[in-house]
Every structure is written in structure tokens, then in C-alpha cells.
Write a protein that binds this ligand. Structure first.
Ligand code: ADP
Ligand code: MG
Length: 698
């Protein structure tokens, strides 16, 4: 399936000289491939910076605190006395002056062999001044004349993990480069000139063997070429998916409007005009003979679920089925709960399917689904697993899409014939990112909040005034109000998040007793349900939570949210969290508790949050402040789903990649011919196998 020319790229790193099973382990960690890294992963592990060893001054000329390479005559050694903490020192000189080299806790014998007295050595490292005297602590390199010839003038510095040094990574990449053949050029002649040369492999070589620091930087030509390749691969995938979904005819679903009307009558509110607008567009899509691929963007609390339900009603009226897929168990259950209320009166047959439904209950759901006795099924990714068969699936509703990939979307759509797809996202996404992640999808936006919502009073407060927060809470709880308390997010480990939440829970319980509940990601499903239910019912009034409440939780009675360590969250995430309150008709408060000192970016983030509740505006701000990772709510700082491309540096290439991808698909939607074959190689290199599979499915 994969072209043979790529075999060396996809060989295990253990096939490289010098990498055995033991060294492979840290490499797998470094490259994020616990199941076994490949040569390609090594090659795409690009430098984080470079060291420029071209400066060859004399000792007197050298600028302090810069990396220099000096030609030195070795005068004498002063080894570390037994038991002492002083460094092993080497005194040396050139024609301009003297210098002291120092090594702490090093093997003196090794240093004496490295720098024999009376000989000349080239020593590279950072020169410092100590009391006016030149010194160099732990030189990076000590070489003789022959070694100097081999010393790279510009040396790439790679990100590392424990157990690996720069030398390991460099040698492994050397070996990988030696194995990797140049690939056929997939870039058409018309590819952007500022990215087009050199070829794929030459670009890798240029980055790993930079001749100038810019060669190894994201702004350099070589990196730009690779970034463009990666963007092209992703845009081509989207274009191919799109071409196939649009060109395959849809099956029109036209309802008689009866079920929809019954549902609307049951709702205790009337639809906002954005909701009406969105539904109109969706129903037109459903009725058309083309397949729907639409994004429904709506800020938290803008009422997407109702839109989803009414869209489902249309296909159900047409005698067909709908599936609503949520990213988490909690959310799936919550959708179920919301929709259940309406469904019973409206005569809608509902079922739930998550990883927790097992045995006979699950079998019953599956057979009813297949028999067409279920109109709308709500679930998690369990919905697109094998064994789940529909009678006639017409509409797939995917909530919080960015947590799923294109792959899952297609997998769910594949459960039926000509399935229409509506993707819902609660994180408003700037237009550029819509293109990146969703391609040319149609989009509906719910910009308007349901009527009667009061603005949320958002305040910042330093953590040393936490007792004031507790005081305020005491008043509020006494008045019967309900509050979330979101606990610190600690990047490194889930277990420390948990410890912090549990400690806070205990402390708050000390103040408020049984009114306090706790919910976190490590709890069993039933425990989570119980904690949520108790809070929703008002049995607990203060719910201490890790970020499990981030997505979609809906308890309209909750009017206070305290977010501890707010400075550690991204803007989009804070906005999501804040969106847990302000859902009812009562005025709500959001308290952002931060620890001093507050960094520049964190300050701006909190300021933006105080100034606005418009998710679309905040998403743009977020993009400006922190880069694209956070806009999508991921913790990575990179460009999620991309290995090399960075939106801040390469964002401008995106449009061009998109245009080229559309052009390619228009001219050769099956990627035949020589250029097509090269493009298939590109898709494999960036592992867009989903597109390759589509091609082979024909
Ligand atoms: P989202 O999923 O977009 O965050 P939900 O669909 O969960 O928002 O809706 C949030 C809350 O607003 C729910 O309690 C829902 O019943 C309510 N709601 C939805 N539409 C309206 C409306 N038009 N008027 C008033 N309340 C609404
Ligand atoms: Mg929702």
C-alpha cells in the first residue's frame, strides 16, 4: 500500500546503527511514539535553536557570554584535590592572553588526555569574564586540527528528554539522513517560489546541517518548504474528503414538520433568531440532494443542543435516524438528560450508547437501533465502533468536533448511506483555523445569546486574598446559591491535579460541610453522575472540580465560578469555564484567582476576559496572545495535529496550500499520473492515510 520508496522512512529507529532497544526507549518518548518511533519521526524532529561556532576571535577579542571557538596552547592542569568541590582547571593561552578552563566533578584523567600539556587544541564554548579574567566552564567541544575540520560551524540544538543528550540525537539523525532517499517532487512548478526549493530530503538535510542559523529556523526556506508540504498534505486531505462527500449524492430528507412543532411547543422558551437562521440552513441542506457538511459554531450556552435536536427531528419525520456523538461520557449523558425531557412528550424514541453500556442492555440498544426502533441515539465514540448498525442513519451530529479527527467523523458517517454531517463546536474558531481543520465546510454561527441572560461579572483577585473569596462564598451559599470551584491545572501530571483538588475539597468541607461536592476525571462514571446529579439537584451547593466541567456542563442554577490559578489556563479554556455560569436568569459572578507575580501574557489574557464575553472576539485575542493551540483548547503550544507547520510563522502559506489543493483535486481527483503518484507519497509522509484510503476506495 505504502510506496516502497518510503520504506526506509518508515523503518524502526532500532534499525539504525547505534540504536538498540535500550536507547530506543527514550527516543520513543522524545518522538512521542510509545509504540515505536520510525526513521521519519527522527528526521522530522527539528532543532529548537542553533549554536553558531563561526566566531573565531582571540581571547582578547572575544565578547563575553558568547559562544566562541579559540585556538589554545595548553599550559598546565590543576586537578581537583581529593574530596574537594573545586573544579579541575586547565590554564591555557593564545597570542593575545590567558584563559582558565574549568570542569566540575569531572574525570581528571579524561581531561588530561583531552588536553595534553604543550599541545594546541581548539576549544569551543561560552566565554565568561570572572574578575576580569577570561574563563570557560565546561567547554562544549575540545578538538585537534583534524577535529576542527569536522566541527560543524553551525550546530543544531534539539529538544531532549531525560536519558538523551544532544550527541545521541545528532548521531541518530545523521544515521537517519544516511538512510533516507530523496523523494519524487510533489510540488508542481507553480509552487510558491519562496518555499519551493530544495526537495523534501534536501530540505531536511539543510535543517539538520545548517550553514547559517536561519537554515534551521522556522522562518528559513527549508523549514518553510516542509511546513508548506505539511499544510498541503492536510488541505489536500480535506479537499479529497470534501470532493467525495459532495460528489456522492446525498439523500434528501424532507420532514412534515410535525415532530419539530411538537418539540418546539414543549420548549419553555422560543428560539433565538440565530437558532432559527441556523435551522433554516440545516433543513435546506437536509432537503437538498447534496450531502451536508456543516459547522455549527456557537459560544457556550448559545443553544446548540436545541438546534441539533430540531435538525434530528427533520430526518426523523422523514422516517430516518440521527446520531449525536459527544466527546465525553459526561456530555453524552447530559445531552441525554436535556433531550429526554422533551423527547417523551414529543414522542421521540431515544437511546444512549457509551462505553459504559454493556451486556444485555447494550445488545438491546443495538438491536433496536438496527430495527429502526430508535430515532435518535446519543453517545460517545462507542457509536462508530464495529457492531453498531443503523436501520437508516441520515444525520450525524458531532459535538465539540475538535476533539475528534476527520477520521472519526468519516467513521460515523460511514454507518449510513449518504449521511449528512453537522459538526458542532463550542469554541468559536477564527476563519483561518476553520480552513485548517475543517476545510471548506459551510458554517452557521449562533452569535446571539438566548434572551434573558445577564452579563457575568468577571473579577480578578490575587491568591493571597483567598480567604475573602471563601467569605463571599459563605454568604452566597447561605442565600442558597450554587457555585463551581475549579482547581489548579498542573501541566505535568494528572495525579497532582487530583491531589490539589482533593486537598481543596477537604479544606472547603471544613468550612461548608456537606454542601461541598467533588468531581474529577479519575472518578468512575457512576460517581461522576452522582456528583453532578447532587449538584444539579441542589443537594450540594459548591462543586469542587478539575477541568472535567470545562465542556458543556449545564446547571442553570449555578451562578458563581471560582477559578484557581487562572493564570495557568488559556483564554479559550477560561471562557469555556466561565460559560458554566450565566446560564439562568440570575446574575452570575466569575472570580479569577491568580498567583502573583502575573506574567505579561497572563495579565492580558485575564484583562481580555474581563472586558468581553464574546467568544468569537476572545478566540481572535487568544490566537494573538498564545498561538493557535489554545484556541482549540489543547494544552500544547504548537499547532495541534501538525508536526512542523506553525501558524504564527507559516499561517500565510495556508491559503496558498488550500488553493493548490483545490486545484489538484479539480484536475485530478484520483491523484493519477506521475504528479498524482508523488502527491500520494506526500500524503503518506504526513500520514494522512485517511485520504489515501479514500482514494483506494474509489
Ligand atoms: P451550548 O451547547 O450551545 O453550550 P446548550 O444547548 O447547552 O448550549 O444551551 C444552554 C442552555 O440554554 C440550555 O439550558 C438550553 O435549554 C437553553 N436554551 C437554548 N436555547 C434557548 C433559547 N432560545 N432561549 C432560552 N434558553 C435557551
Ligand atoms: Mg453543548
Amino acid at each position: 500500500m505504502r510506496p516502497d520508496i518510503l520504506n526506509p522512512y518508515f523503518a524502526s529507529i532500532e534499525s539504525l546503527p547505534g540504536i538498540g532497544p535500550k536507547l530506543a526507549r527514550p527516543f520513543n518518548r522524545l518522538l512521542g511514539r510509545p509504540e515505536g518511533a520510525r526513521v521519519l519521526d527522527l528526521l522530522l524532529h527539528l532543532p529548537s535553536s542553533t549554536i553558531d561556532r563561526r566566531a573565531r576571535p582571540t581571547i582578547a577579542e572575544a565578547l563575553p557570554d558568547t559562544v566562541v571557538t579559540l585556538k589554545l596552547h595548553v599550559d598546565r592542569h590543576v586537578p581537583t584535590p581529593r574530596g574537594a568541590r573545586t573544579p579541575h582547571r586547565v590554564f591555557a593561552h593564545d597570542e593575545s592572553g590567558d584563559i582558565t578552563l574549568a570542569w566540575f566533578s569531572a574525570d581528571g584523567g579524561w581531561i588530561e588526555r583531552l588536553m595534553p600539556v604543550g599541545e594546541t587544541r581548539y576549544v569551543s564554548g561560552t566565554l565568561t569574564l570572572y574578575d576580569g579574567a577570561a574563563q570557560m566552564v565546561h567547554p562544549d567541544r575540545v578538538v585537534d586540527e583534524a577535529g576542527l575540520a569536522k566541527l560543524p560551524p553551525i550546530e543544531p540544538i534539539y529538544p531532549l528528554v531525560e536519558g538523551l543528550g544532544q550527541g545521541h540525537v545528532r548521531r541518530a539523525i545523521e544515521a537517519a539522513l544516511a538512510r533516507a532517499p530523496e523523494l519524487p517532487e510533489w510540488r508542481a512548478d507553480g509552487g510558491p517560489a519562496d518555499t519551493a526549493r530544495p526537495g523534501f530530503r534536501s530540505a531536511l538535510e539543510r535543517i539538520h546541517h545548517p550553514r547559517d542559523p536561519v537554515d534551521a529556523s522556522p522562518a528559513g526556506l527549508a523549514w518553510r518548504r516542509l511546513a508548506y508540504d505539511e499544510l498541503l498534505a492536510s488541505q489536500l486531505t480535506l479537499a479529497l474528503v470534501r470532493a467525495r462527500t459532495v460528489h456522492l449524492a446525498g439523500r434528501p430528507s424532507v420532514g412534515d414538520g410535525q415532530l419539530s412543532r411538537r418539540i418546539e411547543d414543549t420548549l419553555p422558551f422560543s428560539l433565538t433568531s440565530s437558532q432559527v437562521e441556523a435551522l433554516k440552513a440545516i433543513r435546506a441542506d437536509l432537503a437538498s440532494p447534496h450531502r451536508m457538511l456543516r459547522l455549527l459554531q456557537g459560544d457556550v450556552g448559545s443553544g446548540k443542543t436545541v438546534v441539533a435536536l430540531l435538525a434530528s427531528a427533520t430526518v426523523i419525520e422523514a422516517g430516518r435516524q440521527a446520531a449525536l456523538m459527544a466527546p465525553t461520557e459526561i456530555l453524552a449523558r447530559q445531552h441525554m438528560k436535556t433531550i429526554e425531557k422533551v423527547a417523551a412528550t414529543a414522542g421521540l424514541r431515544l437511546a444512549l450508547l457509551t462505553g459504559r453500556e454493556k451486556g444485555r442492555a447494550r445488545d438491546a440498544v443495538l438491536s433496536a437501533l438496527k430495527a429502526g426502533e430508535i430515532d435518535l441515539i446519543i453517545g460517545t465514540h462507542a457509536l462508530f465502533q464495529e457492531g453498531v448498525e443503523f436501520h437508516d442513519l441520515a444525520l450525524a451530529l458531532v459535538d465539540e468536533q475538535h476533539r475528534f479527527g476527520v477520521h472519526q467523523r468519516l467513521a460515523l458517517a460511514a454507518k449510513g448511506e449518504a449521511v449528512d454531517v453537522l459538526v458542532m463546536t463550542a469554541t468559536p474558531i477564527p476563519r483561518t483555523l476553520v480552513l485548517t481543520y475543517f476545510g471548506d465546510m459551510d458554517s452557521s454561527e449562533l452569535r446571539e445569546k438566548p434572551a434573558g441572560r445577564k452579563p457575568i461579572d468577571t473579577r480578578t483577585i490575587p491568591s493571597d486574598r483567598l480567604d475573602e473569596v471563601v467569605q463571599r462564598l459563605a454568604h452566597a451559599l447561605a442565600e442558597g446559591r450554587r457555585a463551581y470551584w475549579i482547581c489548579p491545572l498542573v501541566e505535568e501530571s494528572e495525579s497532582s491535579d487530583l491531589a490539589a483538588a482533593e486537598a481543596r475539597f477537604e479544606e472547603l468541607r471544613h468550612w461548608f460541610g456537606d454542601k461541598v461536592g467533588l468531581i474529577h476525571g479519575k472518578m468512575k462514571g457512576a460517581q461522576k453522575d452522582a456528583a453532578m446529579a447532587a449538584f444539579a439537584a441542589g443537594e450540594t451547593q459548591l462543586l469542587v472540580a478539575t477541568t472535567v466541567v470545562e465542556v458543556g456542563m449545564d446547571v442553570p442554577e449555578a451562578t458563581i465560578i471560582v477559578i484557581e490559578h487562572a493564570e495557568r489556563f488559556g483564554l479559550a479554556q477560561l471562557h469555556q469555564l466561565r460559560g458554566r455560569v450565566g446560564r439562568g436568569s440570575e446574575a452570575s459572578i466569575c472570580l479569577l484567582v491568580y498567583r502573583r507575580p502575573l506574567g505579561e501574557i497572563a495579565r492580558e489574557r485575564l484583562q481580555a476576559l474581563r472586558s468581553s464575553e464574546d467568544g468569537f472576539f476572545l478566540a481572535e485575542q487568544d490566537l494573538k496572545l498564545r498561538g493557535e493551540g489554545d484556541v482549540l483548547g489543547t494544552r500544547q503550544s504548537g499547532f495541534p495535529g501538525f508536526r512542523l507547520a506553525r501558524l504564527d510563522v507559516h499561517g500565510a502559506l495556508l491559503e496558498r496550500a488550500r488553493a493548490e489543493a483545490l486545484d489538484i483535486v479539480q484536475n485530478d481527483s484520483d491523484l493519477m499520473g506521475e504528479h498524482g503518484a508523488a502527491l500520494r507519497i506526500l500524503l503518506h509522509v504526513f500520514e494522512r492515510d485517511i485520504a489515501v484510503k479514500l482514494l483506494s476506495a474509489g
